[in-house]
Design a protein. Structure first.
Length: 403
């Protein structure tokens, strides 16, 4: 949280103000956050510059501009900034000079300008301007609500809504069930999910799944599979070695967890690959057709889970549970390697891999299959390694897919 605050604000004074406001909301002496604050205060008092990894500063700046571009409906520009941020992330060490920058591929002029400004002045005036914009702040706030996309956020902004309070108090606003849940659990859902919490949820799902169908294979995908220590949600793949046995399992699992009071929200979608998946489709869209549940779990918070939110003793949140976003995705074993590759991410890695498949190999890759458009056949895979082999690429372990 503290790192986040530092990244969001541009001056030390601003950071302090924001942190102090957060401290005020908490009972003195009990939140582990105070330890971070006192560390930070000491740094400031000693007049030592707070060292933020320059690499993160640069990436955050580019990501801010990418977000801003997408808020303005400029997807191409947004992607260009994401690509530049991803190039920086893939460097073995922090970029320090403009000369190094000039040698990098995939770096547009605009991104270069911003990075150059930060390297020279320590900040970018443009990024600072963007983060101060009311529209940017509002769109960021609204699109962070589970169930709220760019279009809805923009409509609300045009209607003059600016804060979560505005949404909560509005008489005429019609929220979907998903948005209602998103708004209700906004604070929890915007708190990072720790690896320990993700493991706990995967274990809960596994136990219930095994009680209905022994041998069910549960895999923690998404950022956690790439080795990240925290994430915004928990992505879980469910399959069974015997094709077809997995059908109907998800509703039983959800039903059982619900009866135990562990589900705050869920939206079960049936699979649609039999009628909707067309292997010769040119679509490189991320949307897939698996049976799935986009849900919010009510996770009992035990003291051993190392998360700030888990031990938040502020009066307004004396609850002993935390709302956590969980995506449960069911896949037949024949499609599992593709689902695993697709759901491991990162989103940018997937986008680039699909683009490579299409442009260089004339193959269409998605989370269901790889389709060879020249041979006009679907290529079956038994593991992720098979897919890399088909694409003529060396296997990349999940930890190398963080771009
Ligand atoms: N994905 C997909 N189809 C979707 C949504 C996501 O194939 N409709 C893929 C892309 C990345 C992966 O699944 C997980 O998605 P996220 O949870 O959004 O990304 P993450 O890398 O796990 O990020 P975080 O750690 O913040 O959860
Ligand atoms: Mg995730």
């Amino acid at each position: 949280r503290v790192t986040h605050v530092i990244a969001e604000h541009n001056s030390g004074a601003e950071v302090m103000q924001c942190l102090e406001r957060q401290v005020e909301k908490r009972e003195e002496g009990r939140s582990p956050m105070l330890l971070h604050i006192s560390w930070f205060t000491e740094c400031m008092a000693a007049r030592e510059p707070v060292k933020i990894e320059p690499r993160h500063l640069l990436e955050d700046a580019l990501e801010t501009l990418s977000k801003e571009a997408s808020f303005c409906g400029s997807d191409g520009r947004s992607l260009a900034f994401i690509r530049a941020a991803s190039v920086l992330r893939s460097l073995p060490s922090t970029l320090t000079t403009i000369e190094e920058l000039n040698r990098l591929p995939g770096f547009g002029e605009h991104s270069k300008r911003v990075v150059q400004e930060i390297l020279e002045d320590g900040f970018s005036a443009e990024v600072e301007r963007v983060t101060q914009k009311e529209k940017y702040q509002t769109m960021k706030l609204f699109t962070n609500i589970f169930g709220v996309g760019m279009k809805t956020a923009n409509r609300w902004y045009q209607e003059g809504l600016r804060s979560l309070g505005d949404l909560r108090n509005s008489q005429k606003l019609k929220l979907s069930k998903q948005q209602e849940a998103g708004l209700q659990h906004y604070e929890d859902l915007n708190m990072p999910v720790s690896r320990a919490e993700a493991d706990l949820i995967a274990k809960m799902v596994e136990e219930v799944a095994h009680s209905f169908l022994p041998g069910t294979i549960i895999t923690l995908a998404g950022g956690f599979r790439r080795g990240k220590l925290s994430g915004h949600d928990v992505d879980i793949l469910i399959t069974h070695a015997q094709e077809g046995r997995e059908e109907g399992l998800l509703s039983k699992v959800i039903g059982q967890l619900q009866s135990q009071g562990l589900i705050l929200y869920h939206d079960l979608k049936r699979n649609s690959y039999h009628d909707a998946f067309s292997p010769d489709s040119k679509s490189t869209s991320n949307m897939d057709h698996f049976e799935r549940s986009f849900s919010i779990f009510r996770l009992k918070v035990a003291s051993h889970i190392g998360d700030i939110g888990a031990r938040d003793h502020s009066p307004e949140s004396s609850k002993d549970w935390k709302a956590v976003r969980v995506d449960l995705v069911v896949t037949p074993i024949s499609q599992y390697p593709y689902a695993l590759l697709g759901w491991t991410g990162s989103k940018h890695f997937e986008r680039e891999l699909r683009r490579f498949s299409c442009n260089e190999k004339k193959m269409v890759l998605n989370s269901h299959a790889l389709y060879d458009t020249v041979e006009q056949k679907i290529l079956a895979a038994t593991c992720e390694e098979d897919i890399f082999l088909y694409l003529g690429l060396e296997y990349m372990p999940p930890s190398d897919r963080n771009a």
